[in-house]
Design a protein around this ligand. Structure first.
Ligand SMILES: Nc1nc2c(c(=O)[nH]1)N[C@H]1C(S)=C(S)[C@@H](COP(=O)(O)OP(=O)(O)OC[C@H]3O[C@@H](n4cnc5c(=O)[nH]c(N)nc54)[C@H](O)[C@@H]3O)O[C@H]1N2
Ligand SMILES: Nc1nc2c(c(=O)[nH]1)N[C@H]1C(S)=C(S)[C@@H](COP(=O)(O)OP(=O)(O)OC[C@H]3O[C@@H](n4cnc5c(=O)[nH]c(N)nc54)[C@H](O)[C@@H]3O)O[C@H]1N2
Ligand code: SF4
Ligand SMILES: [Mo]
Length: 721
């Protein structure tokens, strides 16, 4: 039997056809009838079979007894988890329990709908997620400019004539905040319709190789480059009127801010010549349609929020925002902007972290501060942690420090199906079923896609007896935590129970009824209900992105804030950053190289390395280095280098390649499985090292607290001189 589903591994939402024979999988291929992905898949889709069959994937809860994990029943595990967390809160207050939600949370409908209730029941201000090692700056820009953190403009990939990609490598990542299955074909299409693709990246990436132009940029200097582009566009009068611009306040402020940021001044810092910056700006501003797009390379850095804001500003003033072929807002069937949890604040720092004073945003704190919140005694100290689908030991800056801190927690509860670098420290592990055993609807990525589509998949396999999908674990744990609480929490308890009775399908049905297609689809179709989704198992196409302004704005003024006060206040820091970058460019820090990350098609953050078919072949965890640097520091291709930063040292094989910008080295993230106690029998044979044993928890974007991964200073020496 061939059964359609959506791949939940990355943001591309490829349609799959899973061929089954009773309980076994006989093949996984692309679904040609999926209207969005039209048959495209990458190698990771096939690896879903390895995940499904992986004997290391937990099917039963584990409880740590005298230092060892023992399988226990669900009632025992849930009571142990709830009692452990509640005891800490009773002794030390609500904030003593922290929560961390990792990336796969947003790829699971059950988790996306049911984790918020659990976090709310805990009622702690110590809320952390992978957002603060990822897209936090995008939310800051969206919230302060448009009034809602999820109003993120998406490149209209299929209609643009000019795409500028800064700090993203969609050919490896398959696109991010730009859900677009088969991004390679879509980029090729831009060029075959006479358009252009430009890439700005410290590495000549897979994407740069298929672009028309590539510029090396020194890591962490994008804000200077973007300010110089703003300067060129405004001084040369290349900005132009548009519907969106009519809605914008504070345009004059932009002119004041850009003064002084000439291409000549910033060129030595960015490594891109003044003439190239002028060309970049002019080509972008004058193309018939254009989209400027930035992703993790510009968001995970010390000027992440300013850079991300500048990208939106450039799209706004050149008439690209909310226009076909530019950057547009989505109109998803389940709409997080108008639906559940709808309004979210646009203020940064309503409260601050206890130890370092880092700002809250959207109700959460930056995870770069979690280790010190656990280590530092005093009122409000974090003494317990609940993780959901996260591996912060490998994915947050100075992960080794966090790992040491985890070991001193009174209670660590992990909702996860692997014993990995993080969960090995747990007292209780609650494993949900795998992605083929649960229903799927992409509540997050339909809202970030280059086309409006909708697709529902029921579970392909019946979950084995005695296992639970994540939403059931999360609601059971929520109820367990609420048990016996004061009568004032009665309403919360009733809400939890009502939600649980609805289940995923019921909640989605309510959401669809509140959504934009509740009365019919744009193509004159019937109302979009669960029944309609069920009768379209390959997915429903709801058409290209459409202009959404001004109705979609959520600002109190009903206008766009082109220069939000919180962001403008950060510009003096950017100016100081330019001074130090200029100093560094003059060679005042000899011996220092700048470390950046990278993604590979056959890898998925930290957790798919247990799939034999993905880790076969040449080692993936290598340090890329320019030949000139290799010669200077005496390391040869294939030799092992010792890489040292302020916080740590790793030893890793070197690949010498001129695809790197001189002075910059690159390591992938998500490796480092060689730690004791990790129960991943394949991954531990190809352990690699963790880049986050080098990245520095002290380097954050001071404006929003996102980790400043890009451009971590390191030294490189041969491991055996
Ligand atoms: N230096 C550096 N660090 C980075 C990055 C970088 O580029 N450079 N990238 C950052 C980015 S963008 C991100 S998103 C983060 C990711 O950071 P995290 O979200 O912390 O880590 P993941 O590697 O995604 O780990 C996912 C965990 O969820 C578990 N899991 C998988 N599926 C499910 C599920 O359905 N349910 C549950 N309960 N568990 C599941 C896996 O076993 C694994 O333990 O890493 C960040 N860290
Ligand atoms: N195969 C695969 N796909 C994935 C993932 C994965 O781990 N593997 N992870 C998923 C996740 S969680 C996310 S968030 C997305 C991320 O999706 P992308 O943002 O496309 O991620 P990357 O491939 O890391 O691309 C970031 C690029 O920024 C460059 N860069 C680094 N520092 C700087 C800088 O200072 N300035 C500039 N201009 N560029 C810089 C890097 O060289 C790199 O090419 O990918 C998702 N898709
Ligand atoms: S690109 Fe690969 S991992 Fe991403 S959704 Fe498609 S098949 Fe899955
Ligand atoms: Mo991410």
């Amino acid at each position: 039997m061939k059964r359609p589903m959506t791949c939940p591994l990355c943001e591309a939402m490829c349609g799959l056809l899973v061929e089954t024979d009773g309980p076994s999988i006989t093949g996984i291929r692309g679904d040609p009838d999926d209207p969005f992905s039209r048959g495209h898949v990458c190698p990771k889709a096939v690896a879903l079979q390895d995940l499904h069959e992986d004997p290391d994937r937990l099917r039963q809860p584990l409880l740590k007894v005298r230092g060892r994990f023992e399988p226990v029943s669900w009632p025992v595990a849930l009571v142990a988890a709830a009692d452990g967390l509640r005891a800490v809160q009773q002794r030390h207050g609500r904030d003593a329990v922290a929560t961390y939600a990792g990336n796969p949370t947003v790829h699971s409908v059950g988790a996306a709908l049911f984790l918020p209730g659990l976090v709310k029941a805990l009622g702690s201000r110590n809320r952390y997620t992978a957002t603060s090692v990822d897209q936090l700056p995008h939310h800051v820009a969206a919230a302060t400019m448009f009034g809602h953190p999820l109003l993120i403009p998406i490149p209209d990939l299929d209609r643009t004539q000019h795409l500028v990609i800064i700090g993203a490598n969609p050919l490896a990542s398959n696109g991010s905040l730009m859900t677009a299955p088969d991004v390679a074909r879509r980029l090729r299409a831009i060029r075959s319709r006479g358009g252009r693709v430009v890439v700005v990246d410290p590495r000549r990436t897979e994407t740069a190789l298929v672009a028309d132009t590539h510029h090396f940029v020194r890591p962490g200097t994008d804000a200077f480059l973007l300010l110089a582009m703003l300067h060129v566009i405004l001084t040369e009068g290349l900005d132009r009127p548009s519907r969106a611009r009519e809605l914008a306040l504070e345009l004059d402020t932009l002119r004041e801010l850009a003064a002084g940021w000439t291409p000549d001044r910033v060129a030595p810092a960015t490594g891109i010549s003044a003439e190239a910056v002028r060309t970049l700006a002019r080509d972008f501003a004058t193309a018939p349609s254009a989209a400027l797009y930035g992703r993790v390379g510009v968001s995970m850095q010390e000027f992440g929020a300013v850079s991300t804001w500048l990208i939106t500003v450039l799209n706004l003033i050149t008439g690209r925002l909310d226009e076909p072929g530019g950057v547009m807002f989505t109109n998803p069937a389940v709409d997080p902007v108008r639906g559940r949890g709808g309004y979210a604040p646009d203020r940064i720092g309503r409260w601050h972290s206890r130890v370092r004073g880092l700002p809250e945003f959207m109700g959460e704190l930056p995870v770069a501060t979690l280790a010190e919140e656990i280590e530092t005694p005093g009122p409000g100290q974090v003494r317990a942690l609940l993780t959901h689908a996260g591996n912060p030991v490998l994915s947050t800056p100075n992960g080794a420090r966090l790992e040491r801190a985890l070991a001193q927690l009174e209670c660590l509860v992990c909702v996860d199906f692997y014993v990995n670098e993080t969960t090995r420290h747990a007292h209780v592990i609650l494993p949900p079923v795998g992605p083929l055993e649960r229903a799927h609807y992409d509540v997050v990525f339909h809202a970030l896609a280059v086309r409006n589509t909708a697709k529902w998949t029921p579970p392909l396999f019946r979950p084995p007896v005695g296992t639970m999908p994540d939403w059931q674990i999360l609601s059971a744990l929520t109820e367990q935590l609420q048990r016996g609480w004061h009568w004032r929490t009665l309403r919360q308890r009733m809400a939890t129970r009502a939600l649980r009775r609805l289940g995923v399908r019921g909640v989605l049905s309510h959401e669809l009824a509140k959504g934009p297609y509740a009365r019919g689809t744009p193509t004159g179709g019937a109302p979009l209900t669960m029944a309609a989704l069920e009768s379209h198992p390959h997915g429903m196409d709801l058409g290209p992105l459409i202009p959404m302004l001004p109705a979609r704005l959520r600002t109190a003024s009903g206008k766009i804030h082109a220069a939000p006060a919180a962001i403008v206040a950060d510009l003096p820091r950017v100016a100081r950053g330019l001074d130090s970058a200029l100093e560094a460019a003059q060679g005042q820090h000899p011996g220092t190289l700048l470390l950046i990350g990278r993604r590979a098609l056959r890898s998925n953050n930290s957790w798919m390395h247990n799939s034999t078919r993905l880790v076969r072949g040449k080692p993936a965890c290598t340090l890329l280095m320019h030949p000139q640097d290799a010669a200077t520091y005496g390391v040869a291709d294939g030799a092992v280098a010792r890489v040292t930063s302020r916080v740590g040292t790793v030893e890793v094989p070197v690949v010498v390649t001129d695809s790197m910008m001189p002075g910059v080295v690159s390591l992938p993230h998500g490796w480092g499985h060689g730690r004791p106690g990790v129960q991943l029998s394949t991954a531990t044979t190809v352990p690699g090292v963790s880049i986050n044993d080098l990245t520095d928890d002290a380097r954050v974007d001071a404006l929003c607290g996102v980790a400043g991964f890009s451009g971590t200073p390191v030294t490189v020496t041969p491991a055996d001189p």
